[in-house]
Ligand binder design. Structure first.
Ligand code: TR5
Length: 143
């Protein structure tokens, strides 16, 4: 436990501040930082890209591998709770791409997929995104 907690303490500190940010984030359909990442106005480490999906490394990784997968066109999908039937294809594509990227990243022992939704789900960026986290043992239940 001592080894574990000393290993995760910096991550916990980041998680605490991210959580505070998320709790204070107001659901909104205003443009987000991800628009600037899609347009490459703000640099990111892209690990996968096609005409519909962009996958890039999270700036505050919660594991050795932490990648965000987003639709290039938000189309009202600020979060999963806003999903409509027209979003079924992109939702499937995000998950399928997460599997491809997990393979590409060598996460052969498993990984965690997370979609935070709304203030109670700790969502901080209102452009739907799938977190792909791996490279360490995950715990359950999540915090
Ligand atoms: O809390 P939710 O589920 O909304 O996840 C938002 C994620 O976006 C968090 O894990 C953040 O660390 C991540 N994030 C935020 C920014 C950012 C980023 N990932 C990559 N690059 C980023 N830039 C350049 N700027 C951010 N504000």
């Amino acid at each position: 436990v001592a080894i574990l907690s000393s290993h995760i303490s910096p991550v916990s500190a980041v998680m605490a501040s991210e959580k505070e940010a998320a709790l204070s984030a107001t659901p909104s359909d205003a443009p987000t930082i991800f628009d600037k990442i899609i347009s490459k106005e703000i640099p990111s480490t892209v690990v996968y890209e096609d005409d519909k999906v962009l996958a890039f490394r999270d700036i505050t990784p919660q594991g050795p591998v932490h990648i965000l997968l987003i639709p290039k066109v938000r189309d009202g999908l600020t979060g999963l709770s806003k999903a409509e039937e027209r979003h079924i294809d992109i939702l499937g594509r995000l998950l399928y791409t997460a599997k491809l990227v997990a393979k590409q990243e060598g996460l052969d022992e498993g990984f965690r997929i997370v979609i935070n939704d709304g203030p109670q789900g700790c969502q901080s960026v209102y452009h739907i995104h799938v977190h792909l986290i791996g490279g360490r043992q995950m715990n359950w239940p999540p915090g």
